[in-house]
Design a protein around this ligand. Structure first.
Ligand code: SF4
Length: 237
């Protein structure tokens, strides 16, 4: 079995029962939600997205709104000027090009056609489009954010300095039908074990497969760290 399939199998053992199904949400909603998620947490970008949904009747109203009203709605998620401008300009360009603010026509296009179509908009990159493909069009793709980038490089299935380069190196190596599954497994694994800071290498199922130079250091560090004392237990005696 090749390395990527081995990783998938081991991660399925780590997260038994995880069976991600790409959702079929509105593609323009997902596009804007993903643009808002850059450089922030899921929680704050979701709040910013819901503010837009609640403060404006529809995406036409966002397009016509003064920039400061859009900025106020999304302030919670940071990079406010840049995100508000990108979203407003993108909506204006889409309206001009398609006549209406809907991306449902993408459903009939191939993945490559969709990348080509959406990459023309400022503020929309490969990761954002991969999210539209996976989370609204049900396509089997492999979105690479900073976390997936970190893990694939530590594991040695990519050797790249940016998420975009990682995506290009890895996308055709993953077996068909398993791309979105691997994305979801890696996101979970990155939160629980292969964390950005202080990865839990000593407890890692993928240790023998991993190419991370510092894995021994982190495994030793974990062993050397004092275990939690049991004062909390004593307090409850
Ligand atoms: S050994 Fe460490 S760096 Fe490698 S995958 Fe596991 S937790 Fe991540």
């Amino acid at each position: 079995m090749d390395k990527i399939n081995q990783i998938i199998e081991l991660l399925r053992e780590e997260f038994p029962g995880l069976d991600p199904k790409p959702s079929k949400a509105d593609p323009l909603d997902i596009l804007i939600a993903t643009m808002l998620s850059q450089n922030t947490t899921d929680k704050t970008s979701y709040r910013a997205f819901m503010n837009l949904k609640n403060n404006f009747k529809d995406w036409d109203a966002v397009m016509d709104a003064p920039l400061n009203k859009i900025r106020d709605s999304i302030r919670v998620c940071g990079l406010t000027n840049q995100k508000a401008l990108s979203i407003k300009n993108m909506l204006k360009e889409m309206k001009k090009k398609y006549g209406r603010l809907s991306l449902n026509f993408l459903k009939k296009k191939s993945d490559d056609e969709i990348y080509e179509e959406l990459l023309q908009y400022n503020g929309v990159g490969v990761k954002t489009i991969s999210c539209v493909l996976a989370f609204s069009l049900g396509r089997d793709v492999f979105p690479v954010d900073t976390h997936v980038h970190r893990l694939t490089n530590r594991l040695g299935i990519a050797k790249a300095v940016t998420p975009v380069k990682t995506f290009e190196q890895v996308k055709d190596k993953i077996p068909e039908g398993k791309k979105f599954l691997l994305h979801t497994l890696l996101i979970r694994f990155g939160r629980k074990v292969c964390r950005s800071v202080n990865p839990l290498c000593g407890k890692c199922r993928l240790y023998d497969l991993c190419s991370f130079k510092e894995k021994e250091f982190y495994a030793m560090k974990e062993q050397a760290e004092p275990k939690e004392n049991n004062f909390i237990i004593l307090e409850h005696v």
